[in-house]
Design a protein around this ligand. Sequence first.
Ligand SMILES: [Zn+2]
Length: 114
Amino acid sequence: MPARAPKHRPHKADAVAHVPAEAVRLTTAQRGYGGRWQKARETFLKRAPLCVECQRSGRVRLATVVDHIKPHKRCQALFWDTDNWQALCKRCHDAKTAREDGGFGNAVRSARVP
Ligand SMILES: [Zn+2]
């Protein structure tokens, strides 16, 4: 008899592989990034395949991350609002996450181009 039930892991969550340490305890599904999200982000990235931040800087780079422009903070309406989504490459998303998690939140907000 197996000691523990096998864990169900639908996919490797490549898009959220860089989650902050304090979020690691929660599974991607628990954090709202379940199968529905994976499908939605795939569809979104097919429609918007290029990183918007890079485009602003005149670069062309493939986006691999669907980012919530305004942090959803578990608000379902904000989470699923595609107007609040933007396609980013991993580098830009990591930079944005570092800015927002690094205590420079207010500076980031005023610096962001709408
Ligand atoms: Zn980028």
